[in-house]
Every structure is written in C-alpha cells, then in structure tokens.
Ligand binder design. Structure first.
Ligand SMILES: [Zn+2]
Length: 340
C-alpha cells in the first residue's frame, strides 16, 4: 500500500513539473531548440495580434528557422536582433529571449515605451542544426551542419561558419579560413548556406528604411563591434555616429554589474582580421541599415563559451540596460525616430 501511494505521489510530482515547464522559459538554465520554439508559440498565443511568429526558412537538416515580430502600432520603425548564428554561444539566445520577454512583461516605463514605439524582430536561433548538435552531441560546435564535401584524417568535414558567409567583402579577412574542415570555414562561396539565405530573404521583403538598428548577438568578450570587419583602414561613412550610439549601450550596460563593453570596428578590436562576410557588415553595407553591430556578451574568458547558467539573468539585465541606452543615443542621433 505504501509503495502504491509513493508511486502515485511521484507521478503527481512529475505531472506538476511537466506542466510547470510548459508555462514559459526560465532563465535559470539554458534551453534547447524545442523549448525556445515552444516559448515563441506561447507568446504568439498570449499576445496575438501584437506578436507574430514566422518561419523564415529551413536549415540544411530541415529544421524551421523562426522569427518573432512584436508590433504595437502601424508606422513604427524596426529594430532587428538575431542570436545563436554560432551554435556554441548559448548565452546569445538565452539573453535575447530574456530581453524580449522583459519587453513584453515589464512595468518599467522605458521598456513599455520601447515596446510601443518600435517594431521588434528576433531570430533567436539562426543556426538550429548547429544549436541542436551542441545540445545533443558536441557542446563545442560553432558552424551549421551542411557537409562541405571535404574530408580530413577524422573523416568527412561538416559545416560553414554562417557569420563568415554573407556576400559582402566575403573571404577578405587575413585569417586562413579557406580550409573546409576549419572551425571558422567561410564556405565555398558567399551566400551558399540555407540559413544565411533565409535571413536575407526575410529582410529583403521589407521596405527600405524600415529596419534602423541591427544587433547580432554573440559571445564572448564584452564588445560592441561595428562595421567593417574586413579592414582596419577603411571606416563606414557614419562611423563616428555609430560609435556614439554604441557608447550609449556601453554607458548604460555598465551600471548594474560594472561590466565594461569596448566599442569599435571589428577590424580594429579583438577579432582583428578574423571577420569578413558577417551579418552586420552585410546589413550595413548592402541593406543600408544605418546602425549595425555585433554585441559580444559575457564574459572576458574566465568561462568563455561555457558561461554558467546562473549568469544568464545578470547578462539579460546588462543587455536590457544597454539596449535602453543604445536606443536613446540612436534617437538623439536621429537614426531612430520614435512614433509617439
Ligand atoms: Zn559568435
């Protein structure tokens, strides 16, 4: 009899836990693709018609690439974010989803204004195959999972670094990433990867000047990286203006935990010579979006890519503070014009 009660009690607890877990994401742990997509559809159900979820295309292994759009009123300008184009950088999607959740649920007047006055887009997992691979097979995977057609001593080589595959100054970095088995392989040509094409097709459908800010979320190092990545000699026409906007992020992001973000062209800073053909340079130079940045979140290398989950909430606070500061600076620079 006691055993029967024990079993009943255990199954009751299991039932409660299972049902509790589908209410929403908890940012006390890292979540897999299914959990993030479940959260997206819950938001769509809860906030329709404010929230729309799109499938913008499919990965090489045929997983949907999903985007969420939040729009409170017609005529808004748009702010576009993407994360986890690099599979290994789990904090990027954890922080971006947490930020969007705060936007939708906060009673903070600053965030409520941002929610009302701008359209928001987030592609939380740009690289669903690689991301799934990091959860199931190899935590250290970075690229997508399309076979390159080449092999080395370990067997067939898979994957292209999607953030080196965009068709702007492709392959111009000095770093040797032409090896199809390399961690940073840029692909056999520009725009060869289905995930890159899905994002471009989605963005190409919008009118010029609709997207005003583009934030590519990455880790790690605490940087706000600006165009261009392929050179340290040539700077974008409005580089000084972008620097002031990036500094708006850094000045606000420091306040809660004293985390400093360094701002500058990615060709100049930590990743000098390593980056060409990335999303931010493409969106800035090809799509003429007036502010585009790669934001490298925590940390400075203590944990690196394996940032413990108990830091997610703090990183989310830094990102949220930083976004408020960045948007204020972009409004001062008239890169953004809020619809009141
Ligand atoms: Zn990255």
């Amino acid at each position: 009899m006691f055993i029967a009660w024990l079993l009943l009690f255990k199954s009751l607890i299991a039932f409660i836990l299972v049902n509790a877990s589908v209410v929403g994401l908890e940012w006390t742990q890292y979540h897999n693709l299914d959990e993030i997509y479940e959260w997206l559809s819950e938001l769509e159900t809860k906030f329709s018609p404010l929230v729309t979820v799109y499938t913008i295309g499919y990965s090489y292994e045929n997983r949907p690439i999903k985007a969420i759009k939040i729009s409170s009123q017609p005529g808004n300008q748009a702010i576009f974010m993407e994360s986890n184009i690099h599979a290994i950088e789990w904090i990027s999607s954890a922080a971006s989803t947490c930020f969007v959740d705060k936007l939708l649920h906060s009673d903070d007047k600053n965030l409520q204004d941002l929610l009302l006055r701008y359209d928001w887009f987030l592609v939380p997992v740009m690289n669903p195959d690689g991301f799934t691979y990091t959860h199931e097979i190899n935590r250290w995977w970075r690229k997508n999972r399309k076979p390159t057609g080449f092999s080395n001593e370990t067997g067939p080589c898979y994957g292209t670094d999607l953030n080196r595959n965009f068709n702007y100054e492709w392959k111009k970095s000095g770093f040797p990433i032409s090896d199809p088995c390399d961690h940073w392989y840029h692909g056999s040509g520009p725009d060869t990867e289905p995930e890159v094409l899905a994002l471009q097709n989605f963005i190409n459908q919008f009118e010029d000047d609709y997207i005003r800010l583009y934030l590519a979320m990455h880790a790690y190092g605490n940087f706000v990286l600006l165009p261009y990545g392929h050179t340290s000699d040539i700077f974008p026409p409005n580089y000084d203006q972008m620097m002031r906007i990036a500094q708006g992020f850094a000045d606000a992001a420091i306040k809660s935990y004293n985390t400093t973000f360094q701002c500058g062209a990615s060709g100049l800073l930590n990743y000098s010579g390593y980056v060409s053909g990335d999303a931010k340079d493409w969106i800035y130079a090809v799509k003429n979006v007036p502010f585009a940045a790669t934001i490298e979140l925590r940390d400075n290398g203590r944990y690196g890519f394996l940032l413990p989950a108990d830091q997610i909430v703090e990183v989310c606070t830094e990102l949220t503070d930083g976004m408020v500061g960045l948007i204020k600076a972009a409004e001062m620079e008239r890169v953004l014009t809020p619809k009141v």
